[in-house]
Design a protein around this ligand. Structure first.
Ligand code: ADP
Ligand code: MG
Ligand code: MG
Length: 486
């Protein structure tokens, strides 16, 4: 038999030993979730993780990395283009109250005039490796890489998670491979600390604000199980500049205690806020009452730099992704043909569901072959898409009404599969068929037409059991992973 790519034929005893060491390593190095108060005895738990890295062809990781600065530029410019957003989102705004509420804030802020021209964006562009012929990575090796294509799943413009916490995973996997006696060269598990570059972007934005006593505010929820990911960003900011104070507040805190000065400086608890990083505010659940909405408006009206602005959040709608995939759309924002090609090459099939013949066609196609498509509403954070019979039933119900305009239809990607051991609380360890989602992080600072910072800053691999539709980490479906380059 050919030499195995990864150590997948371990004896039970050796596997148990590696597992025990890996769990301790993960706890010590902070790849952990914080239990919610009352849910356990308060002891942090290992986040789900893959015991070994998963194979990714070198050229695929390079392709994902190489297009990130193009995507940063594209998404920033799209967010600046009010008329484009208005046209692209108009059908969604009619039927989706959440997007409409965000849109209303955008319009109010725009009418009043922006108090802050600078904005920071922290994107995560998520991909899968599409295979058309059931190609798998086996212990014997990888198939010709021409059978694989990098396809975008979505690009997140708000609360792009895991840039902090993933920073230790490459070291974990070098350790577990060493424990298993697998020889590899360090460049096969590349260094990866996206949080550090994100923190650099935050520090730069704070400097641009221009008040040394102003703070950075993390806007998040109270009981955040993924708090350590956010703390790691905070700590990295401190590592880069010890004089920056970081505070954490909820939307509800902002409602009860924040105010704007006459020149719209954002003040809370006697602190002037230079930069707000939104780790909440992307879901209708974030706004249980008008209070949270008014806090969001206050934040958007303020002079604080926002990561992201409401218009950037809107540019992350799946509807925008679908409209950008139409011919000529990217070209409006990106003049370099090679960059356009890098972006376009990653687009999967996407179809609008606006009332009219194009939408009718898409509905018909999806009902006829429900396993080939995913139905996506304008939501973030996982668990919102519809697949298979559920999708079919929903389309049969709303397929000829304007309600369908709240969604887009996307080609369902069949991702490259391979095998790995996923370590999850309460589940036995076993070698399993898995698939991965590969995200790349980008940081961008813009001011009007000016590009101040545009960086690609690393990656995130999430791996789940093959055949699972959704893929969230906090939802406990996917596990943290790293690419093993071949
Ligand atoms: P969210 O913003 O909620 O994360 P996504 O578009 O990323 O929405 O979808 C959630 C998950 O559903 C993804 O992480 C992925 O696992 C799966 N998924 C989404 N789109 C596709 C697709 N076109 N093909 C296959 N799986 C998909
Ligand atoms: Mg998302
Ligand atoms: Mg996603």
């Amino acid at each position: 038999m050919a030499t195995c790519l990864l150590p997948h034929h371990l004896k039970d005893e050796q596997l148990r030993e590696i597992l025990e060491l890996a769990k301790d390593w993960v706890l010590i190095n902070g790849l952990v979730f914080k239990p919610r108060t009352g849910s356990t005895d308060g002891v942090s738990e290992c986040a789900p993780f893959a015991l070994f890295p998963s194979v990714v062809p070198r050229r695929i990781l390079k392709q994902a990395a190489d297009c990130m600065v193009d995507f940063n530029r594209l998404m920033y410019r799209v967010a600046q283009d009010h008329e484009f957003l208005k046209e692209a989102l108009k059908s969604v705004i009619r039927v989706d109250p959440f997007v409409r509420a965000l849109w209303d804030i955008h319009c109010k802020v725009r009418e009043e005039g922006l108090a802050q021209p600078v904005s920071l964006d922290h994107y995560r562009n998520d991909f899968m490796i599409k295979v058309t012929d059931g190609t798998k990575i086996t212990d014997a090796g990888i198939p010709p890489s021409s059978a694989m294509e990098l396809k975008q799943i979505e690009l997140n413009t708000i609360a792009s998670a895991s840039a902090g916490i993933i920073g230790s995973a490459c070291r974990l996997h070098r350790y577990t491979l060493d424990l298993a006696g697998k020889a590899y060269s360090p460049e096969q598990i590349p260094d990866n600390d996206p949080g550090l570059v994100v923190a650099r972007g935050m520090v730069k934005a704070w400097e641009l604000y221009g008040n040394k006593s102003a703070v950075i505010l993390f806007m998040g929820i109270k009981e955040e199980s993924n708090i350590f990911d956010q703390r790691l960003l905070e700590f990295k900011v401190h590592q880069l500049n010890r004089s920056i104070r970081v505070i954490r507040r909820t939307l509800s805190d902002l409602h009860s205690r924040a105010s704007l000065s006459e020149d719209r400086r954002l003040i809370i608890d006697d602190c002037e806020v230079a930069l707000v990083l939104l780790r909440d505010g992307y879901s209708p659940d974030s706004y249980p009452s008008d209070r949270e909405w008014s806090a969001r408006l206050l934040l958007e009206r303020s002079k604080a730099i926002k990561c992201p602005t409401v218009r950037s959040q809107l540019s992350g709608c799946k509807k925008i992704q679908q409209v950008l995939a139409r011919s000529g759309a990217v070209e409006k924002y990106i003049s370099d043909p090679a960059a356009v090609e890098r972006i376009r090459a990653t687009f999967a099939g996407q179809y609008g569901l606006d009332m009219g013949p194009e939408g009718d066609d898409a509905v018909k196609k999806a009902i006829a072959s429900p396993d080939k498509y995913v139905l996506k509403p304008q939501r973030e954070g996982g668990g919102n898409n519809l697949y298979g019979v559920e999708m079919k039933a929903r389309l049969e119900e709303i397929g000829s009404t304007p309600e369908r305009e709240a969604y887009i239809l996307m080609e369902k990607i069949a991702p490259l599969s391979e095998r790995n051991y996923l370590v999850k609380q309460g589940l036995p360890i076993a070698l399993t068929d898995v698939v991965s989602e590969l995200g790349t992080y980008g940081v961008h600072i813009g001011s009007g037409e000016k590009e101040i910072l545009n960086l690609h800053c690393g990656h995130l691999m999430r791996t789940k059991v093959q055949g699972t539709d959704e893929g969230g980490l906090s939802a406990g479906i996917a596990a943290y992973d790293t690419p093993f380059l071949v």
